[in-house]
Ligand binder design. Structure first.
Ligand SMILES: Nc1ncnc2c1ncn2[C@@H]1O[C@H](COP(=O)(O)OP(=O)(O)OP(=O)(O)O)[C@@H](O)[C@H]1O
Ligand SMILES: [Mg+2]
Length: 296
């Protein structure tokens, strides 16, 4: 085995300890970065996009430099700017230039994490294109800044997010490796909640994940909840606390009702759907930890 692939195997092993499942996706990420290829992780809310990028930086032991896309993120903010008082004193030089996050990541050889890239103006993305393939950017008065070995850009994008977003240029996709993620299956979701909450209450964890899974597959929902919701619901209970159906519904409403949306064709409110999901999930269990709601 070559030295390079040995290093990649170590990185992959480390990532697999931080991320549940996603074996193929993690392997693809590691192969991409071996060849300095930028990555775009695309997927709905709460599918582990940020966590995968963080795990990559941690496993590579590289700095994680983050920027969040919004319409105020200009190319100047991304690359950097000159400090006016310093320029008056010293003129245009590297000392008077304040690096933006892209330049910082290139100079430090870090993982440049650009979250929700489609929320930034197209001009900002276009300005970053040379960093993606030629691994350099041009700064007025300074000239070219080249990326150190180790610089890797990772973008995220939620295709369901259509408010205040901009289409991504074809040239951007052309430079990137596209990793698509969707919600994970129940058993993986359970492992994620165990890992993130450190809870030992397996019954509560399972119920919380089954509620999320039922919401994701619900025919009357436009979109369901996320593993984040399952994590939050576990947090709202004390370990091994008796599960009172009415309390579970109340807490689940606080957790999930704004994470889900009922279809316009459905006459049911989100709250009603949560109640129905919970009664269906609990009906499977004949557990002495459940206090059931009395039928009205
Ligand atoms: N495969 C996974 N392994 C371990 N933890 C995960 C995994 N997927 C999701 N998580 C956990 O679920 C939560 C949501 O994940 P994350 O924040 O990465 O999602 P996201 O796709 O970036 O969401 P958003 O679109 O809202 O930014 C976090 O607590 C994260 O640690
Ligand atoms: Mg995220």
């Amino acid at each position: 085995m070559s030295k390079g692939s040995q290093v990649s195997k170590e990185v992959l092993d480390k990532m697999s300890k931080l991320i549940i499942g996603r074996k193929k996706e993690l392997e693809m990420m590691v192969r991409a970065i071996e060849k300095d290829l930028p990555i775009i992780i695309e997927g709905p809310v709460g599918t582990g996009k940020t966590e995968m990028a963080k795990a990559l930086a941690e496993s590579l032991e590289r700095p994680f430099i983050r920027v969040d896309g919004d319409d105020s993120l200009t190319s100047i903010k991304l690359k950097g700017w000159y400090d006016p008082p310093l320029v008056l004193e010293k003129g245009f030089s590297r000392d008077t230039f304040i690096s933006g996050p892209l330049t910082e990541a290139m100079e430090e050889g870090g993982l440049f994490f650009y979250n929700e890239v489609n929320r930034a103006p197209s001009e900002t993305i276009n300005a970053a294109l040379t960093a993606l393939d030629e691994r350099l950017i041009t700064i007025p008065q300074l000239g070219e800044i080249k990326a150190r070995k180790g610089f890797i850009p990772v973008f995220t994008y939620n295709p369901q997010d259509t408010v205040a977003t901009n289409p991504l240029p074809k040239a951007f996709y052309d430079r990137c490796i596209w990793i698509n993620v969707t919600h994970q299956p129940l058993e993986e979701m359970i492992e994620i909640v165990k890992l993130r909450t450190s809870s030992t209450d397996n019954f509560l964890i399972r119920i919380s994940c089954e509620i999320v899974e039922a919401s994701l597959n619900h025919p009357e929902l436009e979109y369901g909840s996320t593993v984040r919701g399952a994590i939050q619901l576990v947090y709202l209970f004390r370990a091994n606390e008796r599960i009172d159906e009415i309390e579970l519904i109340e807490r689940a409403i606080s957790v999930h009702s704004r994470k889900i949306r009922s279809k316009t064709s459905s006459r049911k409110s989100e709250v009603k759907i949560i109640e129905e999901i919970i009664s269906k999930v609990l009906s499977k269990y004949d557990d002495n930890r459940i206090t059931r709601k009395k039928e009205d």
